[in-house]
Design a protein around this ligand. Structure first.
Ligand SMILES: CCCCCCCCCCCCC[C@H](O)CC(=O)SCCNC(=O)CCNC(=O)[C@H](O)C(C)(C)COP(=O)(O)OP(=O)(O)OC[C@H]1O[C@@H](n2cnc3c(N)ncnc32)[C@H](O)[C@@H]1OP(=O)(O)O
Length: 725
């Protein structure tokens, strides 16, 4: 017996079990139609006298990915989740959740409303609402602590992390884990408990177990959450909701959960985080200006890869490749470097394996001083020193040594990928794979294509990135690609602010309050001031003899601040030398302290250049640093270097610490209002006419002239704009 019309299919199985299957591919999200289907089918099962028990499962081996996020922000209709789940819990026949694939968010909340939960061993469970700027608002914040206790519930709800079926069993979230078909097991199980009392199975009736150190626990978690949330409101609301579970009766706790959810649901932060969720997925659907795109470009299989150059980046890339399951040939010509790298890579793999409770994959890597060792690999990632001549030489060697068709990737962070490609006989096989340090940890990968890169090469690099667990974004070739190109005006404005009267502390505080994990100067100290100095020297911006006055602060016709160069000349390279924009207890130490020397140096510098310091507030810091960066983002869109604003936002959220609850720079510009961004850029440009980065981009002007359309409509405007340029 079967009813197939609705988005929840009803079948009677084993004679007496009502089986309800959610069917809303790909993740069986709880859309209005699915919720209606569940309400109807549960009612049907409960009113059928032959049915003794009910099993709820999801189609295609996937239980449920939660509420339908696409419905948020629309006029939501259909039966609400809370009464639907309450009705399941109140049922007088046992209802068993058969969990395969994922039970996330509303999906897990649905399962928590069931009387029993049986999970397949490969299933994953969690309440990730906090990552969407929300909280589990279908009873999750009230049932989970009653089931697993306050500390575990706080951990799961405030981090949004997923747990494996085995962990869920250990925590008490599920009753049984099986390696067999979870639906079959659940059907048999449901019959075995049919007729038994369900009184002890309704989680909402449980008393929440109270930890003895209740107040200290909540205070500690709240403090931790506020510190790591950096202004995000959802984690704080999650703690408040769990506290309600621990202190109030269920119905009152539910009222509090709904009240907190209402605040979050309508907040800009939730909108930003949900935008990030879809943007992260949208960047996988890449396209190139040539029209080549993800659906029509087939990646080549990659079984064996090589890494050339085992400095910091090369080591991280080697680890990331080995952890993906690939065979890796790691090449370093200097014996001492090779031995050191081998030890470092093995250490990283061992530590990673220990953390995940698995066996390290050391034997997947072979080390060699000889480039001939890479003859049979499918893909090479070059990570030698950032020098065009050296990289060109390496690429020529690679072309000679590798089997035909091997993909040649460069991990350059700024050099011209086209130029490098043009030095090889097969430029179509060359792409950039720009990893971020540490490469085995950071999620972002920029895949840089040139005009001659083949769509297959791009598809292969994108797919390899995905396999490595990276969020890969395809971008065009230009100086600094997307991320570092946008960083230039941001850094420049920060330097100018110091010249005009700000301190590193003031600038960093403004940026950290905005939500960056580190302000620009603390970040520079961490990554090393000498890196930018080297680039500026190569660009002939650094002048040895420092004159005074305005002319000393002009390069190539534009305003320039030599402050970073002057610090480097003093050997102040940041954390590694114990001195930079801040001072540190010793070289390598991480705790930044204010440095009186730096403040005197700034006073003396301003005096020497006739700069009269003025008072600068946080608002100006944010506007100048962030709007200059955003303006460059619009130029990148105009130039076709990024296909859409989502690409830029994903790069900034995953690679540059842009706070996720602010959606990314382009989304943020939309939230602030494009007209406002334009007006402030015009204002600052008038005040600083010698700073080209502050000149508002014509695409921004066009968007404003077109009534500042919402971000999902920018691509149409960009296309039109590009065709008229
Ligand atoms: C005055 C106002 C008062 C307001 C009161 C408000 C009341 C509202 C009441 C709401 C109550 C809601 C309660 C509930 O607690 C909230 C939630 O459940 S929020 C959702 C929580 N779930 C998640 O966060 C899971 C998200 N999904 C994933 O993590 C992954 O997709 C996955 C499930 C692990 C699968 O991963 P993959 O196999 O890698 O697949 P993809 O990620 O690529 O996804 C494929 C495809 O599916 C789309 N998708 C995934 N999940 C959802 C979803 N939950 N809703 C909609 N769409 C989803 C995803 O976008 C992909 O599609 P594409 O974007 O590529 O087109």
């Amino acid at each position: 017996m079967c009813d197939k019309g609705s988005m929840a299919q009803y079948t009677r199985v084993s004679g007496f079990v009502g089986l309800i299957t959610l069917q809303n591919p790909p993740v069986n999200a709880l859309s209005a139609a699915v919720r209606q289907g569940i309400v109807d089918m549960v009612e049907r099962a409960l009113s059928d006298p032959i049915v003794k028990s009910v099993v709820i499962c999801g189609q295609n081996g996937n239980f449920c990915g939660g509420a339908d996020i696409k419905e948020f922000g629309t006029n939501m209709s259909g039966p609400p989740l809370v009464p639907m789940i309450d009705a399941i819990e109140a049922a007088n026949k046992p209802v068993v959740a058969a969990i395969e694939g994922s039970a996330l968010g509303g999906g897990l909340e649905l399962a928590l409303g069931c009387h029993y939960r049986i999970a397949h061993s490969k299933a994953r469970l969690g309440l990730p609402e906090v990552t969407l700027g929300l909280l589990p608002a279908a009873g999750g914040t009230q049932r989970l602590p009653r089931l697993v206790g306050v500390p575990a519930a706080l951990n799961l709800i405030t981090t949004g992390r997923h747990v494996t079926a085995a962990q869920a069993l250990q925590l008490g979230i599920v009753d049984q884990v099986t390696d067999h078909n979870a639906v079959d097991v659940a059907v048999t199980f449901s019959l075995s408990v049919a007729g038994q009392s369900l009184d002890a199975r309704r989680i909402s009736t449980y008393l929440c177990p109270l930890p003895s150190d209740f107040d200290a626990l909540f205070e500690g978690v709240m403090q931790k959450v506020r510190q790591s949330a950096r202004g995000a409101i959802a984690p704080v609301a999650c703690v408040q909701a769990v506290r309600a579970a621990a202190t109030l009766p269920y119905t009152k706790g539910m009222e509090r959960e709904q009240e907190l959810m209402a605040t979050l649901f309508t907040s800009g932060q939730a909108r930003a985080q949900q935008y990030c969720f879809f943007a992260q997925r949208a960047v996988g659907r890449w396209r190139m200006p040539s029209g080549a795109r993800w659906e029509t470009s087939k990646p080549r299989p990659v079984h064996k890869a090589a890494v050339i150059g085992l400095g910091t980046m090369g080591r991280g890339i080697t680890v990331a490749l080995a952890q993906t399951g690939l065979s890796v040939v790691a090449v370093e010509t200097q014996e001492k470097q090779l031995m050191e790298a081998k030890q470092a890579v093995s250490g990283m793999l061992e530590r990673g394996a220990k953390r995940h409770g698995v066996v390290p994959t050391l034997d997947r890597i072979s080390y060699s001083q000889n480039i001939q060792a890479i003859a049979e690999v499918d893909l090479v990632i070059e990570a030698v020193f950032e020098d065009m001549a050296l990289k060109t030489e390496v690429f020529q060697q690679l072309s000679a040594v590798c089997k035909p068709g091997t993909l040649l990737c460069t991990n350059t962070s700024a050099l011209d990928v086209d130029k490098l490609a043009s030095e090889t006989p097969n430029p179509e096989l060359v792409v950039g794979m720009h990893f971020f340090a540490p490469a085995h940890v950071m999620k972002l990968l920029e895949v840089v294509y040139g005009p001659r890169s083949s769509p297959q090469a791009v598809a292969t690099a994108m797919q390899l990135g995905k396999k490595m667990g990276k969020v890969s974004v395809a971008v065009g070739n230009c100086r600094g690609f997307v991320g570092n190109r946008m960083l230039m005006p941001y850094l420049q404005q920060a330097f100018f602010l110091l010249e005009e009267g700000a301190t590193p502390e003031l600038v960093d505080q403004a940026l950290e309050e905005f939500g960056f994990p580190m302000g620009v100067f603390r970040m520079s100290d961490l990554s090393g001031l000498d890196i930018g100095w080297r680039v500026r020297k190569r660009d002939e911006l650094v002048e040895p003899d420092m004159a005074s006055g305005k002319s000393a602060r002009i390069r190539q016709g534009s305003r320039y601040s030599p402050l970073g160069d002057l610090l480097c000349e003093q050997g102040r390279f940041g954390q590694k030398t114990g001195r930079g924009w801040y001072q540190y207890d010793k070289p390598g130490s991480r705790v930044a302290r204010s440095d009186p020397w730096l403040h005197s140096f700034l006073v003396e510098y301003r005096a020497r250049h006739g700069l009269v310091p003025r008072s600068i507030d946080h608002q100006e810091v944010l506007e100048r640093c962030l709007y200059a960066l955003i303006n460059e983002g619009f130029r990148i869109l105009e130039d076709g270097i990024a296909a859409g604003p989502e690409d830029i936002d994903v790069i900034y959220v995953f690679g540059y610490g842009w706070p996720r609850h602010r959606g990314g720079p382009m989304f943020y510009a939309g939230m602030v209002g494009l007209a406002k961004v334009l007006e402030r850029l015009e204002h600052y440009q008038q005040a600083h006419p010698d700073v080209p980065y502050l000149q508002p981009c014509s695409l921004l002007r066009r968007l404003v002239a077109g009534g500042s359309p919402p971000i999902h409509r920018w691509r149409e405007v960009i296309k039109k704009h590009q065709s008229q340029l």
